[in-house]
Unconditional design. Structure first.
Lengths: 368, 285
């Protein structure tokens, strides 16, 4: 037994090392010139998800292209939203990064924890609300896009049943459901929305199961707030309609994909990197939408959507951009029938940021 | 509607059945392979990449099975010949599988493919379980595998080649895991995404314990686990609310419960768990 121990340890070490290398081959820190700023990203999924992380990575590439040699970027992918995130963020901080973007809601406390220990390093946390002197937050008004897909779904559904695959019960997701429902019920008062909480952002098989379950229960349009194109693919197979998530997913489901809400982070990342380079970076909260080009609708699918509906959707886009249409314009009631946004006013950002209730008409309850 | 639910349960549960029945044979022979998740991922990615390159489902299946044989062969070599610790090696195999599948699949993420209908493999999954049940109950070879798992020294002194039998059992387990991976990326969710098995390898491992090492109970357990997951989605869509997190931990909770129940009776655990599980075999000892 004894004499065998050494080779085993060596082989195990090689195996583990190889696995570890393949996992981390993306986060090798490059050598940099001294005046070059280093910018790091923490991703929840792989950049190849064609969804949330993919679009952050596109934004990173835009930033690199715009700033050229004045910056260099790194990313760590597949970072879980637990204590591992602290290690990943700390790793970037310790390897000389000047600015670190953490791109998922549940990195919030971890980002602040690391930021406390590195006051000279700047952090930006996506979709969160806790800030510090060296921690900024940024988010996009994706709910504006959900108003448009709600309008389209309201007009396109034949069964008046919409299947909605949600990830976690957090304000971001609940705001999306409300925004979608308000727009859909405006054009189709009979519409019914069925929600499945997947409790994951990323599990293609589970997302497909959820889509098939909703279709089986009579939904003829699938809306998702999870990260892969599996639901759209399931819709395609079942012959129902769907919307893409985060990026244009039409190539995966050409006969189901009506449009998608695209997250465009590039301009924001470039702007913040420039601020870092010229020294004007300051902690702030950015919440930008269609007007600023952070939220863009994918090409409307002319094979599925009638021309007049496409025109309506485009007109809505224009009205959202010029400010004459707001996703949460009163009167809005909550499920208890209380008036939460009076007629003539719109929901303020405070209410939107902490939205943990469904609006009146949704026959469901927010999970506790 | 009911038919639809049954259909979704069948589609979702089949990979668990394949991976678990393979692992059952491995454990029956006295070896614990914790590398299911890694082998499934490698099986899934090699099937996907082969399909993209050759456009042939058969080639994808063959390459996927070979990848499972290679992965499990590596494991078998380490634990049988070098007598490495089975738990550590199995974990290493999973970590290795996660890494190498991501690397192989990097270029192919988001490549659209035409999925294969799952029904043929669903039927095969039932047949495999029936066959393995028959194998252990009625065939001499099945008894030999069991004997090796229960007491390798006795089996050895009776003249059976313990190492060879364990090696073949491990290879069978690897092939079944790879088949589960093939089913995953070609039939179930026709795409390649990094880490797309999403923990089902661990559920399959839990299933073997849940089934108390009895083939027919693998089917029962898999369909309970799979059915619960789909039923909770159905209830959610009907508007019935309960904590979804609870159902995510159900398989593990139930497995722990089963472990507690069977370990409460020393005779019963002796009857079900292979006595030589995880013990290395050295014929000179």
């Amino acid at each position: 037994m004894k004499k065998n121990t050494l080779p085993i340890i060596i082989i195990l070490a090689v195996l583990l090392g190889a696995g570890g290398f393949f996992i981390s081959n993306q986060n090798n820190v490059q050598d940099t010139a001294s005046d070059q700023k280093k910018i790091g990203f923490i991703y929840i999924g792989p950049p190849g998800d064609h969804g949330w992380t993919y679009m952050h990575d596109q934004g990173r590439q835009t930033m690199e292209a715009e700033l050229g040699d004045s910056i260099t970027t790194t990313y760590i992918e597949n970072v879980p939203e637990n204590a591992d995130a602290v290690r990943a963020i700390r790793k970037l901080a310790e390897s000389g990064h000047d600015l670190i973007f953490t791109t998922s809601f549940n990195y919030m406390d971890q980002t602040l924890e690391v930021a406390k220990d590195f006051p000279d390093i700047k952090f930006e946390h996506a979709t969160g609300y806790k800030r510090a002197d060296n921690v900024a937050t940024y988010n996009s008004r994706f709910y504006e896009g959900r108003t448009i897909i709600g309008h389209i779904a309201g007009k396109m559904t034949k069964t008046n049943t919409i299947g909605y695959i949600a990830s976690f019960p957090i304000p971001e997701v609940i705001r999306g459901i409300n925004s979608f429902y308000l727009a859909a019920s405006k054009v189709n008062p009979d519409i019914k929305i069925k929600v499945i909480w997947a409790y994951t952002w990323y599990d293609p098989a589970k997302e497909a199961d959820a889509a098939n379950t909703l279709i089986n229960q009579g939904a003829d349009i699938i809306v998702q707030h999870t990260d892969t194109f599996a639901p759209c693919q399931a819709a395609e197979k079942a012959g129902v309609l769907a919307f893409g998530q985060a990026s244009n997913q039409e190539q995966f489901c050409p006969n189901a994909h009506m449009t998608a809400i695209e997250d465009v982070w590039g301009p924001y990342y470039a702007e913040r990197a420039k601020a870092l380079v010229d020294g004007s970076w300051a902690s702030q909260d950015t919440w930008a939408g269609m007007k600023e080009g952070h939220v863009v609708m994918s090409d409307y699918n002319t094979k599925i959507l009638p021309a007049d509906l496409i025109a309506e959707a485009k007109a809505m886009e224009a009205r959202i951009i010029d400010g004459s249409l707001h996703s949460f314009a009163g009167p809005i009631y909550n499920q208890d029938g209380e008036l939460v946004v009076p007629e003539g006013s719109v929901a303020d950002d405070g209410m939107l940021a902490g939205m943990m209730f469904y609006v009146q008409g949704i026959e469901d309850q927010v999970p506790q | 509607m009911i038919f639809g639910i049954v259909n979704i349960i069948l589609i979702g549960t089949t990979p668990l059945v394949f991976a678990a029945i393979g692992e059952l044979v491995v454990e029956k022979s006295g070896v614990l392979n914790l590398g299911l998740e890694g082998m499934m991922l490698v099986g899934a990615v090699s099937a996907f990449v082969t399909l993209v390159l050759t456009d042939s489902y058969l080639a994808a299946l063959i390459v996927s099975l070979i990848s499972g044989l290679v992965m499990s062969g590596l494991f078998a070599f380490l634990v049988l010949y070098l007598m490495a610790n089975q738990v550590a090696t199995g974990l290493a195999l999973t970590i290795f599988g996660i890494g190498i599948s991501s690397m192989i699949g990097k270029k192919y993420v988001g490549t659209p493919i035409d999925g294969l209908s799952p029904y043929f493999l669903i039927i095969i999954s039932f047949l495999v379980v029936i066959f393995i049940g028959y194998f252990f109950k009625k065939t001499k070879l099945g008894l030999i595998v069991k004997a090796v798992g229960e007491s390798h020294h006795s089996a050895h002194s009776l003249g059976f080649n313990v190492i060879k039998i364990r090696f073949i059992s491990i290879l069978f387990g690897g092939a079944m895991s790879a088949l589960a991976g093939f089913y995953f990326s070609i039939c179930y969710a026709p795409m390649w995404q990094e880490g797309m098995i999403a923990g089902r390898g661990w559920i399959a491992l839990a299933l073997v314990v849940f089934a108390t090492w009895k083939p027919e109970r693998i089917l029962l357990g898999a369909y309970i686990f799979g059915g619960v997951a789909i039923m909770q989605m159905n209830l959610q869509a009907f508007g019935v609310k309960f904590p979804g997190q609870f159902f995510n931990m159900m398989p593990y909770l139930v497995t722990i419960l089963v472990l507690v129940i069977i370990s409460g009776n020393k005779l019963r655990i002796k009857l079900s768990a292979p006595a030589c599980l995880t013990l290395p075999f050295n014929k000179n000892q």
